[in-house]
Design a binder for this molecule. Structure first.
Ligand SMILES: O=C(O)CCC(=O)C(=O)O
Length: 261
């Protein structure tokens, strides 16, 4: 099911879309939740699932989640027929975790041009204001990329936007039921607070770019694209190989992100 003209219009105007019917329900949702427990059970005690990137490269199961046809239909509605998957990560907050995701723009971190990337944020369990759901500043994607500064120790990310560059009063909280997802533009200002609840907060986050988007490999030599719809007439980026092992985990890597500087 593609997005409607109205949903596409909302996304283009506001930089995000929520309120979609859950994609993973029934047995598929149970599989998603159990699979998460199984794959994160492979980690050592000092490894944090949020610090590991690109699970789709080594786990066939997580690759298959990323190519779920309904998700790709949503992305196709926004990027057009030809696009690739390049990023996946979990952002996890344990019950009562003070960890925040500071206000930021994804495109500030990524050496990708032009800006034509959509993120799909999948909730493995219900997320809402209480357990630190993502918040967005509607329409902020239209203001261009703003300089970031170093973030504090309680932050999941390295850089944050300076306050005063946008109004947090405009923030919208993206509450998503388990198995549902939201979509956001790579330039929208977004972030999230700590988890004030007794519940876990787990998002599986996927990044897709239109095939015309090129990664600056000098700044991110490990970049790999996985064509998931259409054809890649541009061949700007190295291509990854779809993994075979269902629950292979990526090598441990502390969260290090590229900046635009
Ligand atoms: O999970 C969050 O709170 C933030 C996620 C995020 O920054 C992103 O998906 O780009």
């Amino acid at each position: 099911m593609k997005l409607t003209e109205e949903q596409i219009g909302f996304y283009l105007e506001n930089g995000y879309l929520t309120g979609l019917p859950p994609v993973f329900t029934g047995d598929k949702l149970t599989e998603l939740q159990q699979g998460y427990k199984r794959i994160t059970g492979l980690l050592q005690e000092d490894e944090n699932p949020s610090d590991i990137m690109q699970w789709h490269r080594t786990s066939r199961w997580l690759y298959d989640v990323a190519v779920e046809p309904q998700l790709l239909d949503y992305v196709e509605s926004l990027l057009g027929p030809n696009f690739y998957l390049w990023g996946s990560e979990f952002i996890v907050k344990a019950p009562h975790s003070p960890k925040i995701v500071p206000w930021h723009q994804d495109a500030y971190y990524w050496p990708l041009s032009p800006h034509h990337t959509v993120t799909v944020w999948i909730a493995l369990w219900d997320v809402d204001e209480e357990n630190g759901a993502m918040q967005v500043i509607p329409k902020s994607h239209k203001a261009g990329i703003i300089k970031h500064r170093l973030a504090g120790d309680d932050s999941v990310l390295s850089f944050e936007l300076e306050q005063g560059r946008f109004s947090t009063e405009d923030a919208v909280t993206l509450s998503i039921p388990a198995g549902g997802c939201s979509l956001h533009d790579d330039a929208i200002v977004h972030g999230s607070t700590g988890n004030g609840s007794d519940r876990w907060r787990v998002g599986y986050i996927l990044r897709y770019s239109a095939t015309e988007v090129r990664c600056d490999l000098e700044r991110n030599p490990a970049f790999l694209s996985y064509l998931v719809r259409g054809v890649d007439e541009f061949r700007h980026n190295p291509q990854g190989v779809v993994p075979v092992e269902p629950f292979g985990r990526p090598p441990f890597s502390k969260r290090i992100r590229q900046t635009s500087e």
